[in-house]
Ligand binder design. Sequence first.
Ligand SMILES: [Mn+2]
Length: 438
Amino acid sequence: MSRHLGSTLNEHLISTDILGEHNASREAALRSDYAALGEQLSRRGISIDAIKAKVAVFGVAIPSWGVGTGGTRFARFPGEGEPRDIFDKIEDCAVIAQLTQATPTVSLHIPWDKADPKRLKQAASRFGLGFDAMNSNTFSDAKGQPLSYKYGSLSHADAGVRRQAVEHNLECIEIGRTLGSKALTVWIGDGSNFPGQVNFAKTFRRYLDAMAEIYGGLPEDWRLFTEHKMYEPAFYSTVVQDWGSNYLIARELGPKAYCLVDLGHHAPNVNIEMIVSRLIQFGKLGGFHFNDSKYGDDDLDSGSIDPYRLFLVFNELVDAELSGAEGFDPAHMLDQSHNVTDPIESLMLSATEVQRAYAQALLVDRKALESHQGSNDALMATQTLKAAYRTDVGPILAMARLEKGGAIDPVAAYRAAGYRAKVAAERPASAAGGGGIV
Ligand SMILES: [Mn+2]
């Protein structure tokens, strides 16, 4: 049987010998678990190989800033061997991609990742990585920037500040064009902290006009994603605060504009899966930032708090995929902040959790579900979802990884390879470096 370990021309940062040993010691158990699950699924009329094939081509992008240690409003505690610049970040992303085989692309943030685009492209192609959506930043002031974003950016009362913010976004498109990116994600922190501080309608109008200019600079085959967030840093009102405003933006701007849903950017208990369904139904779902949240944050690891909600989101996505919803092609990206874990380990597990939710959603018996819905059998309808959710799809994910040259257990292989200790010796800790979310 052919094995794909190290079969590509990509450079590997985790030794293929260590990875081979890791997999060899686990392969027999995995094959046995996979066969048992295959038998169980076949009784349910599902081909395990067909599910595995779908999982194998499912990818989620890694945000460049995610591999650095994050921080809170109070402090940032640098992690050992964290990346010093974008080239270190690309190497960390390559490790995640090698071991999980689920993260083929990196999403850059400008200006944090600003570098010669040709060098960036070379650095990524060494490891076979591509570039996902570009992310602009008008929520903090870059060094040497003439005008400040303290009171907003694209919706600022001053035309000069708005111009500067538009130009920055156009520059992000230019850089992304060289890198082979196909989308720009815009999130702004604009809003207010006091009632009366801003005029809601005027700020939104100014934002729409500025966004129209950015939209005008999009290449033909690009998409523009706007990301809503209920609050923070503005704690009284936010210009792009919810999916309703976001939908209005996408509709006003035109057919290349879509809404991006960050799971952590909603009020607690909001029915996010229904928002996802609405955006799909009206052709405006652009993509996701995956993370999890307990209260009002957008920082925790995907699937770490409420994996059932992640499954329910994917239930909507698979429903759209199978029903051939028009123009349905959502982008997937992780967006979380790691403060108490090794970011590489968190990102590997998070990518796996996203894949897991996808695989579980593929197992939903949709004919049965439709029939229960038609006969108002609420109990059996919800049990149909639970039956899929309760299935341990771990062997499917692990087999897909193994066959693509990844690790059966990515975290165990990563620890065995000693990557963090190696880079800790090469990358001196720096309080300024890291570029996590602050
Ligand atoms: Mn986000």
